[in-house]
Structures are given as C-alpha cells and as structure tokens.
Design a protein around this ligand. Structure first.
Ligand code: MTE
Ligand code: MO
Length: 309
C-alpha cells in the first residue's frame, strides 16, 4: 500500500476509534461476531444494522475480512489478486443508479439508496468457489434477487436476465487495457434468478461493500463459479435470448453460460475435483453445485452438464 494511503487510513482509524464503540454496539446482532471478526475491518465503512439471519447460511468457519477484501478478482482494476484492493479507491459508489430495461413492466432508472430501502437486509454466509479452484466463506449482506426481479414485473418473454458493470476508465483504470471486453456482462436464466439462494449483495461482514468486492451492488450465486457474481452493476436487462457473458465471449471453449460448480468437468488449466480454501493447508474436495445440490440440482434436470458447462 502506498505510504500516503496508509497514513490516511491510520488517521481515519484513530478518528473512528475516538468517536466511541460504534462497532461494539453491533455485538450480538450477527453470527460472525464470535471472535472471528478481525479487529479493525474498515473504520470508514458504514455499518449495516438490523440484519436478518438466514437458514440458508453455512456455519463453516468464515474467511477473515482481510482475506475477503485483499484477494480479489476484479479485472477493471488489474489482473493480480491484490490489484483491486490497491486500485479500487477511484471507484465512486455514490451517487449510483441502475438502469432497468427490456421485457418488463417497470423499466426505469433506480437509485441505490431507494433500492436498499425496498427490502430488509439479510446476512447470507455462503461459500464462494472461483473457477481457478480456490474458495472462501463470506458473510454477505443483501436481499434475494427474486424480490428485486419481481419489482420490475418481467413479462412472459423475459427468459433471461442480463447484468452489466459500469464502464468508466477514470473510475476503473483497468479498462484502459483490453484484458476483457468492457462492460463485464453476466446473465442468469429466469428460474435461476428466481431461486432463493441467488442474492444481490450490498455489504459484507455487516458493512457496506468495499469497492474491491463490487460496490455498491453485485450479484452472488453461490452454486456457480465466482465469475457469475458480477460486480458494480449499472444495468439490468430482461431478455428473450441467452446473453453471452464476458468469460464465454473471451473463451467459449473454457467458460460457459451456466458455470455451475462441477467436480466432474475439468477446466483445461484447473482440475475442478478439489479446491484450496483460502487460509487452509490441505485441499478440499469440490462438491457438486458447490455443496448446494439439494437446493438447485432440480433446476438442471435432464440437462447434460458436460455440454452445458
Ligand atoms: N465486473 C466484474 N465482476 C467480477 C469479476 C470481474 O473481473 N469484473 N470477477 C469475477 C470473479 S472471477 C470472481 S471469483 C468474483 C470474486 O469476487 P470477490 O473478489 O468479491 O471475492 O467476482 C466476479 N465478478
Ligand atoms: Mo473467479
């Protein structure tokens, strides 16, 4: 970290400490406050209070705030795992709005402050499995994607929902390089989008999302590879035809649209049979649908998942 940034953070930390036990006031409201919480987190971050707990959360050991916010994939800020944490300070998550369009009854431009008031915020502790064969356990804060989708009254022609990330090279300096085609695009089939496990996340560890994790709002689909979890969303479109997502555009032979976690279908560079849980020494076996098979396997009944990878 550049020295001036370090000093600024340090000053802010001292200031935050001075105004009293804000963080302590939250104790007991969320399940991760059990000694696992790193002392400092981000002293500048806004707390998200009154979080509902969810029966869909895992009780596995959480990754630390530090792991989750310093080991990232967000190519708009560079290709190294540490780049997003180093460079995402130029992203301005406020003011922010999402344009909703396509096959729906309520298209329009919606502001993030309003969106965040539409639904009660929940904590959802999920496994995240990247196609690069590493994984983490992350306490997200968000709301069901299904509630968000319903609000816009999709029509009978809305078979898929497509999401796009911001394009602004001033805020996202990595976009000056053709590492990927910009904007980053992702999509879900409508029944996937309506599944109770799919959420829009606006926070983690009880605080608003750090920029590097996709502020102010990103998708989380825990049974799919991490690349489906598109960050910093500015556009949602209801469409008839299956979108071409960014990684499929980049190399369709390696990355598909469905991208369900599947130990039986290897990637040419990474075996998907096992994974490295960040912070652990021994590899773990990868589970079908990232351990969510009981809930989601029926969405794909009759589909050849070797073909629709
Ligand atoms: N816009 C955008 N979204 C993105 C990415 C990206 O490069 N750009 N990377 C994806 C990948 S490959 C992963 S594994 C997850 C990582 O999320 P995290 O950094 O919050 O753990 O974000 C996904 N969402
Ligand atoms: Mo990933």
């Amino acid at each position: 970290m550049a020295r001036h940034l370090y000093l600024r953070r340090r000053r802010n930390f001292i200031r935050a400490a001075g105004v009293g036990a804000v963080a302590a006031g939250l104790a007991g409201t969320t399940s991760w406050l059990g000694g696992e919480l790193e002392a400092a987190q981000n002293p500048n971050a806004q707390k998200l209070a009154d979080l509902k707990k969810s029966p869909l959360s895992t009780s596995e050991k959480l990754n630390s705030y530090k792991d989750i916010t310093t080991y990232n994939n967000f190519y708009e800020f560079g290709l190294d795992k540490g780049d997003p944490a180093r460079h995402a300070g130029s992203l301005k998550p406020r003011p922010w709005s999402i344009v909703v369009e396509g096959q729906c009854g309520k298209p329009g431009t919606y502001h993030i402050e309003d969106i965040m008031k539409w639904f009660p915020l929940e904590e959802r502790i999920y496994r995240l499995r990247c196609v690069e064969a590493w994984s983490m356990v992350i306490p997200w804060v968000g709301f069901p994607l299904s509630d968000f989708v319903k609000r816009f009254e999709p029509t009978s022609k809305a078979h898929y929902v497509e999401f796009r990330t911001l394009v602004d090279v001033k805020q996202m300096p990595g976009q000056s390089e053709p590492a990927l085609q910009w904007p980053y695009v992702e999509g879900l089939r409508m029944d996937e989008a309506m599944h109770s496990l799919a959420i829009m996340a606006v926070g983690l560890y009880g605080e608003v999302l750090p920029n590097q994790n996709g502020a102010p709002i990103r998708l989380v689909v825990p049974w799919k590879y991490g690349f489906k979890g598109i960050k910093s969303i500015v556009r949602v479109r209801f469409v008839e035809n299956q979108p071409v997502n960014t990684w499929q555009q980049t190399r369709a032979s390696e990355y598909g649209f469905f991208a369900n976690v599947n130990p039986d279908v290897d990637h040419p560079r990474w075996t998907q049979k096992s994974e490295r849980r960040i912070g652990e020494f021994f590899r773990r076996k990868t589970l079908p649908f990232n351990g969510y098979a009981d809930q989601v396997a029926s969405l794909y009944a009759g589909m050849d998942l070797r073909k629709y990878y």
